[in-house]
Design a binder for this molecule. Structure first.
Ligand SMILES: Cc1cc2nc3c(=O)[nH]c(=O)nc-3n(C[C@H](O)[C@H](O)[C@H](O)COP(=O)(O)O)c2cc1C
Length: 204
């Protein structure tokens, strides 16, 4: 498609401007926790605000609370099914199908990732395939959740996603924001931009 447009530009003798040919990728920021009083919504918003000025992406926050997904109970595995009958899962499938790449925001729950997030991942298969994914974890303790990112990368690989190497882990969430609601994390935007650059490269 891009080659065809470039050919047309050359044929018409028009100067090729790179920005005119670059379509922004659809980057979905998935909130990995759903409990009342959670931190994932605040961290998701900080992420979205920090990269809002980029012209190479269009971001959207995906809140699992909006999907009312039931625990997986279909007799046919999502990797084998031909159609979806549950309207909630269809809505979830449509959202993920329209994404090019993901940032998953996830807390540590008992040394693992939240079950609600795993269920949302398990409910789909082909919708995740071949799409780059990055992780921003956080925890009540001092680790920031590096272990849960390692765990979730294994899951992502099984879903044939492309987990990128750069990730961000925020320790001690309960004191990670200042009085003004700003995240206290040195070089957050720099790290985030590097992460998004990698997602875009992996998408090409
Ligand atoms: C059920 C549960 C289990 C948790 N287990 C851990 C843990 O193993 N290690 C840790 O550092 N923090 C743990 N925490 C603290 C959370 O990582 C921290 O409070 C985080 O902000 C919770 O994410 P949320 O606010 O988005 O739900 C746990 C919190 C909950 C609710």
């Amino acid at each position: 498609m891009k080659k065809n447009i470039m050919f047309l530009f050359c044929f018409l003798g028009l100067p090729i401007m790179n920005s005119a040919l670059t379509t922004p990728i659809s980057l979905k920021i998935i909130l990995g926790s759903t409990r009342h009083g959670r931190s994932s919504d605040k961290i998701g918003k900080v992420i979205q605000d920090a990269i809002s000025s980029r012209e190479d992406i269009v971001t959207e926050i995906i809140d699992l609370r909006d999907y009312h997904l039931s625990f997986i109970d279909d007799a046919i595995s999502p990797s084998s099914r031909k159609s979806i009958t549950d309207p909630s899962i269809q809505k979830w499938s449509d959202t993920i199908s329209h994404a090019d790449a993901f940032i998953i925001v996830l807390p540590v729950y008992n040394m693992g990732y939240p079950g609600v997030l795993k269920n949302a991942l398990d409910l789909l298969y082909k919708e995740w395939n071949n799409k780059p994914v990055a992780f921003v974890s956080y925890s009540g303790g001092t680790t920031g959740g590096t272990t849960v990112i390692t765990q979730l990368k294994e899951v992502a690989l099984e879903l044939k996603m492309i987990p990128i190497t750069t990730s961000i882990s925020i320790p001690q969430t309960w004191k990670a924001f200042d009085r003004a609601g700003s995240l206290i994390y040195p070089n957050f935007k720099t790290d985030l931009d590097r992460m998004v650059d990698q997602l875009i490269t992996a998408h090409k």
